[in-house]
Design a protein around this ligand. Structure first.
Ligand code: HEC
Length: 194
């Protein structure tokens, strides 16, 4: 190829690169991307974030060991109270109308009355570590692994609860939560790395 042709190609390449960088600059510094929670992501961004999220959770939860006593009725009872106190405002529960926060969140918090569609290990990982740039907090910062497994156990059974069963199961959720946070014999928050 004559040198003039390859120079022209190089110049065209530089122009395209500069145009792309300019576009990116406009998108970022020009405030073109709407970060408002009432405007959905572009489809490409949604798709990319969806894959990143799904793979991150699947890979990070792969080696977590299930506790043998996940079906223990005591776990379910404790998990119900914790869920009623901390989670139902966003994820809803049997007999509940959509809350104000559940309607305004983006991404929306999944409604667990239809189940989670997650393996228990994946639910454990998400509850413990949370999800960046969503309303989902890292509950492992303040709650032990044991308490998180209690919530996982309850989530597995939630779809089978009627509104009456649910109300009975959560009992006095605020008091139960307070008690669970101060009871002994549970591992401390952040103790294990799983
Ligand atoms: C302030 C609202 C809010 C509260 C409170 C909240 N969550 Fe979430 N949660 C979310 C949102 C939003 C997502 C979706 C995150 C995403 O998809 O990126 C989510 C996702 C999850 C997921 C993953 C669901 C899936 O299908 O991938 C689990 C499991 C979960 N939450 C459990 C809980 C539990 C248990 C509690 C209570 C300890 C709780 N959440 C409290 C907002 C909340």
């Amino acid at each position: 190829m004559p040198p003039s042709r390859s120079l022209a190609r190089l110049r065209n390449g530089l122009i395209v690169t500069a145009a792309c960088l300019g576009g990116l600059w406009l998108l970022i510094y020009g405030g073109a991307y709407d970060v408002g929670a009432d405007a959905p992501h572009y489809e490409l961004v949604s798709w990319l974030l969806g894959i990143i999220r799904q793979r991150s959770i699947a890979v990070r939860s792969a080696d977590i060991a299930l506790p043998a006593d996940l079906g223990d009725p005591q776990r379910l009872a404790q998990g119900a109270a914790l869920y009623g106190e901390m989670c139902s405002g966003c994820h809803l529960a049997p007999g509940m109308e959509p809350s104000e926060i559940s309607q305004g969140l983006y991404p929306r918090a999944p409604d667990f009355r239809q189940g989670t569609g997650l393996r228990p290990q994946q639910a454990f990982w998400v509850i413990k570590h949370g999800v960046k740039m969503s309303g989902m907090a890292a509950w492992g910062v303040t709650h032990s692994d044991e308490l998180i497994w209690d919530m996982v156990a309850f989530l597995g059974k939630l779809p089978s609860f009627s509104a009456t069963d649910y109300r009975a199961a959560i009992g006095n959720a605020a008091e139960e939560h307070e008690h669970a946070m101060h009871s002994t014999g549970r591992s401390a928050p952040g103790e294990s790395r799983q």
